[in-house]
Design a protein around this ligand. Structure first.
Ligand code: HEC
Length: 153
């Protein structure tokens, strides 16, 4: 029995994919309502795609303030697939446009242009959008978008 279990563990180790980066997996953080409580960037997985890694850092520096789950703002919470599905269905170009130029939703909640930081470049805002989409149920759309972008750094 002990030997069998040992073998099982060994096989498991041999077959397990090498950990790409520390932190949770994408599947662990996604759900209808998203992670409980206020979501900080450290609670989110690190993507393999460089553009999304850049977007993750930008997201943590600004977008998190509202999109981490600040209910007072009405911002859709990252990891909450229900809040994001219809938005993601609009396509990346619309989402990026709304994030760069600002957007007021049907309930008069406001997405400020560039999240309120005019120093962010279009590419930086787009990277942050792509990361948020990736971490909110839109991994396919985010990865397809990342392929169309030329890395800036
Ligand atoms: C001050 C709060 C605030 C900050 C900071 C903020 N957002 Fe938003 N964002 C919102 C709100 C509120 C909405 C929802 C607007 C609506 O649909 O009613 C939103 C919506 C969005 C949407 C969805 C747009 C759509 O068409 O559905 C995207 C994409 C987005 N934000 C990206 C970002 C990115 C990227 C950042 C960081 C650079 C950011 N936001 C920072 C408040 C914020």
């Amino acid at each position: 029995m002990r030997g069998a279990r040992g073998l099982h563990i060994l096989l498991g180790l041999a077959l397990a994919p090498a950990p790409a980066a520390a932190g949770p997996e994408l599947a662990d953080v996604l759900s209808d309502r998203g992670l409980p409580g206020f979501v900080k960037v450290d609670m989110l997985p690190v993507p393999a795609e460089p553009l999304l890694v850049q977007g993750r850092a930008i997201w943590g520096g600004l977008c998190q303030n509202c999109h981490g789950g600040n209910k007072a703002t009405g911002a859709p919470k990252i990891t909450a697939t229900r809040a994001w599905a219809a938005r993601i269905a609009q396509g990346m170009p619309v989402l990026v446009d709304h994030a760069i130029n600002g957007f007021t939703g049907p309930k008069y909640t406001e997405m400020p242009a560039r999240g309120g930081n005019p120093d962010l470049t279009d590419a930086e805002v787009a990277a942050a959008v792509a990361f948020m989409v990736w971490a909110s149920g839109g991994a396919d759309a985010a990865l397809a978008f990342a392929e169309t972008q030329t890395p800036t750094e």
